[in-house]
Design a protein around this ligand. Structure first.
Ligand code: ADP
Length: 506
């Protein structure tokens, strides 16, 4: 420990006060002690001063101690003359002990201070790496770096990252800082980005810049530039601080690179998803779109050419079949359009209080004759509240769910629609007696383009349920499937009775 004094002369003065106090005590007690023992008091002074006031005051204490001891206690008293030459050895010993003790203490203190500094540096680096490890988003990483570097070095910090492919354009974070990057600062930063060597304040390259710039370098290259600018002009980074700042910079560079790679991977994912969407679209056009078109054009050409030969009931059946196919085509195109709207973030949900009975009714209406060979039971309790929802979109959700129930269950099996109120939610349950969903498929059926591989040739795009989930979640609701004992599944659409305001899906 070292006592903190603003001016070093205060430490010297205190050491003199201590010598004076010791001498005063000595004057009172010297009759009872031999002078050699009195020396021990001065020795004690030297040790105490070395430990608490530092090396310089300790040397001063030993010199003044020798002189005062000689003056007061070595015969002849009150002169600096020395009667007995033996005392010269005492003086020398006191002086040498003073020197040795003070330099030992100084050394130990230096080591302790270095250890403390290293510990603080390690703690600061650890805190940075811990925050960087948990910061997933690019912005959070940049913010963590700015906060940690700023706090540790008590400086204002900026991070400059390339905006495009050229090395001339860097954009600065945080953007809302009052100290903007003027031309001179930017020039220094760009210079660092290009050359990979530090520049700006405290270096030989562009030293007139306000901030010190150093590269954020990884094994793959330079990912950006870190700029630190002192709060007051005139303060430079000490060599030790510079080393620590470099350690911060390399940690930061790795985190930024990780975020950039994650971003790139996400872009690739997006591109692949878009590609898959296009492929799915092409597939639907070739299969799902073409089949109904063939039926419709076939029916129309038969009707045109051979109409007189057909009896009324055959004609009616053909028109019905064509109508159904046209309806299927319509549903498919609607789903594809919804999907691309959800993808583009352009699907707008506008909620209005709606009667669930109307929603279910409208959805069933869309199936027309397809429901003829099915028994559809509907249970809706009286007194259900009106629910804020986007009528058209929720009808589409139910159409997709009911369409699946029809597609994936054999003809003639019943469909049960059951509406109920559970914990401030209205749950619409659509149950079938179909093939069910294997456990490994349960987690994925709401994913885009996911289809359970089945031997029977049911056509589809794997979009219906992902659209349903997108729409339901935009209403603050949930959708899930449950396998039923005895075969088939129940698809549950749960919508909150009081939803949030209108918003975009995407
Ligand atoms: P699609 O029906 O076009 O394949 P969906 O997104 O509507 O796409 O459904 C995804 C998958 O979930 C389907 O391929 C199907 O295997 C399964 N699925 C959906 N509803 C049912 C159901 N009622 N019974 C059995 N499987 C179903």
């Amino acid at each position: 420990m070292r006592w903190g004094f603003r001016h070093s002369w205060q430490r010297y003065a205190l050491s003199l006060v201590l010598v004076a106090a010791t001498s005063l005590v000595g004057i009172f007690v010297h009759r009872y002690f031999s002078p050699i023992n009195l020396v021990m008091f001065y020795l004690l002074d030297v040790v105490v001063v070395a430990a608490y006031l530092g090396r310089g005051p300790a040397i001063l204490t030993s010199i003044v101690g020798v002189l005062v001891f000689d003056f007061f206690f070595v015969p002849p008293s009150l002169t600096l003359a020395v009667a007995d030459a033996e005392y010269l050895i005492t003086f020398l010993a006191l002086f040498v002990v003073g020197l040795v003790v003070s330099s030992l203490v100084a050394q130990v203190r230096g080591q302790a201070e270095a250890a403390r500094r290293r510990e603080a540096e390690t703690a600061a680096l650890y805190a940075l790496s811990r925050d960087l490890a948990v910061a997933g988003e690019f912005e959070a990483i940049v913010e963590a770096i700015i906060a940690h570097v700023g706090q540790t070095f008590e400086r204002r910090v900026t991070i400059l990252l390339p905006t495009g492919v050229t090395t001339n354009a860097l954009s600065a974070y945080p953007q809302d800082r009052e100290w903007m990057m003027d031309e001179r600062e930017m020039e220094a930063a760009v210079q660092v980005f290009r050359s990979g060597a530090p520049a700006g304040r405290g270096t030989c390259v562009q030293p007139e810049a306000q901030a010190h710039y150093l590269p954020l370098r990884t094994a793959r290259g330079i990912v950006g530039v870190l700029g630190v600018r002192p709060e007051q002009s005139g303060s430079y980074l000490a060599p030790g601080e510079r080393l620590l700042l470099e350690a911060f910079a390399s940690q930061s560079a790795l985190a930024i690179e990780r975020a950039q790679l994650a971003r790139a991977a996400h872009q690739v994912d997006l591109l692949q998803a878009t590609e898959r969407l296009q492929t799915a679209l092409l597939n639907s056009i070739s299969h799902d779109l073409r089949t109904p078109l063939v039926t419709i054009t076939g029916t129309l050409s038969v009707l045109e050419g051979d109409e007189p030969l057909l009896d009324a009931s055959t004609r009616h059946a053909m028109v019905q079949a064509a109508l159904e196919e046209a309806e299927r085509l319509n549903r498919l195109v609607e789903n594809l359009l919804d999907m691309s709207r959800i993808e583009a973030g352009a699907l707008r949900v506008t909620r209005q209080p709606c009667d669930v009975e109307d929603v279910v009714g409208s959805a069933l209406e869309r199936f027309g004759q397809r429901l003829e060979d099915r028994s559809v039971s509907i249970v809706i309790p009286d007194g259900l509240p009106l629910i804020p929802l986007d009528f058209v979109l929720i009808v589409q959700v139910l159409v997709n769910v009911i369409d699946n129930a029809l597609k994936y269950s054999p003809a003639g099996t019943p469909i049960e629609i059951d509406v109920g109120e559970v914990d401030a939610e209205v749950q619409i349950r659509v149950a079938d007696r179909g093939v069910g969903i294997p456990p490994e498929g349960m987690a994925h059926i709401f994913d885009k383009f996911y289809r359970v591989q089945r031997p029977d040739n049911v056509t589809g795009t794997g979009l219906g349920l992902s659209i349903a989930r997108g729409v339901v979640e935009a209403h603050g609701g949930r959708i899930w499937a449950e396998n039923r004992p005895g075969g088939g599944i129940t698809m549950v659409v749960a919508l909150p009775e009081a939803g949030p305001g209108s918003e975009h899906v995407g």
